[in-house]
Design a binder for this molecule. Structure first.
Ligand code: HEM
Length: 445
């Protein structure tokens, strides 16, 4: 991250997201969720604690941190990060509580109606922070920047479809056809917003961690073009569905560019891997390969999921949310937290005393074991949804929780420098979730 300032709330976003992840997994287990159970109000609450609280918060926090790196331009209004974090956290809790209200808890129904407004404020604040840097003329030729811009359009589509469904379920006069809106909502959330943003950010992160050249080949240009085609098709399907006409053919047509896009992205990452100058892989990159396998699996299941729904759709959504997006995020979170902690604690000491290298402040064995358990449990989860095994799904949930708890403990250990000998730790450590605002000029150690 050469020459970039650190956003003061990045670790706040990450900490909040990890708490939501643990909460979602505990509730999924306690509510005894399993294959075929996803229409229950408890399931909708768990799904949104996971998607909004965990994945969306970690992604928005990562964008606030990485957009200045992608664009080589600082954020104009970094102070909006805290209100944005609070609004997305509060909106997620309100929406999830509101889903429980659908089960007859009338007190929760008011939360359901205000949740989209609160979430919308959080999303808008992030957009106000990062759009001016992304939309600068000098940056628009970068595919990574275009992918993040398309992801923001996806976020707007996600909010529109989600808000329309909330109004419908909440008994407002405006109603939409839920059977048409829900698949589009999932495509906007999982595909256009979370996956396209992950593609954009991962190009930069992977090149940095693998020490690979960042030059974009023909595959990346096609990935950018196909992402735009997918986004246009999704918006067209949304317009058709809102007008009351049948949007399913457009959704089905979307499968083709989406499959081609994933295939080309994977091929592009393979090219990056082959050209790397760092031969020994660290755990974050080694386990990101599993995430890429789950991306391939969920993309392969997409046409069947769109066509048949049911178990295929459950397995495809689980493979995408838990296998692709969460495995990628968890493995990178360990490395990024180590890096930010190193910058905060040791960068000011360079030249004044001996400082450890960034790899010394995390434990690769603990990280690898936790990520292995996460990956195996995800595989079991996908299989149990495909074959409809409730008991195997509960086993998978238990494994996911243990793995997430081990990673959360490792993140605390990194922040507290527990892996360093006591003599090497500075006497005063920074707060666990709030890095100092240090406009440092640093190179990746
Ligand atoms: C990244 C963010 C999001 C993702 C990935 C996501 C994903 C999903 C998924 C997978 C479902 C189906 C759950 C099930 O069947 O159990 C769903 C349903 C729903 N979502 Fe979201 N969602 C997100 C954000 C939102 C937001 C921001 C809102 C409101 C503004 C919202 C409102 C709803 C509603 C009302 C339903 C229920 C529809 C029904 O009962 O048929 N979601 N979402």
């Amino acid at each position: 991250m050469p020459g970039k300032s650190l956003s003061p709330w990045t670790l706040g976003w990450f900490g909040s997201a990890v708490i939501f992840l643990l909460l979602a997994l505990v509730l999924a287990f306690v509510c005894d969720l399993g294959p075929g159970d996803w229409a229950r109000p408890q399931a909708l609450a768990v799904v949104h604690l996971f998607t909004l609280g965990w994945l969306a918060q970690v992604m928005l926090g990562a964008l606030v941190q990485f957009v200045p790196v992608l664009t080589a331009y600082p954020l104009p209004r970094p102070a909006l990060a805290l209100p944005a974090l609070l609004a997305t956290g509060a909106g997620t809790l309100a929406l999830s509580a509101g889903f429980l209200g659908l089960d007859g808890h009338t007190g929760m129904q008011v939360l359901f109606r205000i949740a989209p407004l609160v979430l919308g404020c959080g999303f808008a604040l992030v957009a106000v922070m990062i759009l001016p840097s992304l939309a600068r003329k000098a940056n628009l030729h970068l595919i990574e920047v275009r992918m993040v811009l398309i992801a923001l359009a996806g976020l707007a589509g996600l909010w529109t479809t989600g808000g329309a469904m909330v109004l419908t379920l909440g008994g407002a006069s405006l109603t939409v056809d839920l059977a048409q809106m829900l698949p589009l909502h999932m495509l906007f959330g999982i595909g256009a917003f979370l996956s396209f943003a992950a593609f954009g950010v991962s190009y930069k992160l992977f090149a940095m961690f693998l020490l690979a050249p960042e030059t974009a080949g023909w595959q990346r240009r096609w990935v950018g073009g196909l992402a735009a085609v997918c986004a246009v098709l999704m918006l067209a399907a949304l317009a058709v569905a809102l007008s009351g006409a049948f949007a399913a053919p457009i959704r089905l047509a979307l499968s083709l560019p989406a499959l081609a896009l994933c295939g080309l992205y994977l091929d592009d990452i393979r090219r990056l891997w082959r050209n790397r100058r760092r031969p020994a892989l660290e755990p974050n990159m080694a386990w990101s390969r599993v995430a890429l396998v789950f991306l391939g699996l969920s993309a392969a299941l997409l046409p069947l999921a769109q066509w048949q729904g049911g178990r295929m759709a459950e397995a495809a959504v689980f493979a995408a949310l838990v296998g692709w997006l969460s495995t990628l995020t968890l493995s990178q979170l360990i490395r990024i937290t180590s890096f930010l902690t190193w910058i905060q604690v040791f960068a000011p000491l360079i030249g004044r005393r001996k400082v450890p290298v960034v790899q010394q402040i995390s434990d690769r064995v603990t990280a690898s074991r936790a990520l292995a358990l996460w990956s195996a449990s995800t595989g079991l989860g996908v299989a149990s949804l495909l074959f409809g095994s409730h008991i195997a799904f509960r086993l998978a949930l238990a494994g996911l929780f243990l793995a997430a708890a081990a990673i959360a403990r490792e993140l605390v250990a990194i922040r507290k420098l527990w892996h360093l000998p006591v003599a090497d730790r500075p006497p005063c450590l920074p707060p666990i979730i709030r890095p100092s605002v240090h406009p440092l000029s640093v190179a990746e150690p």
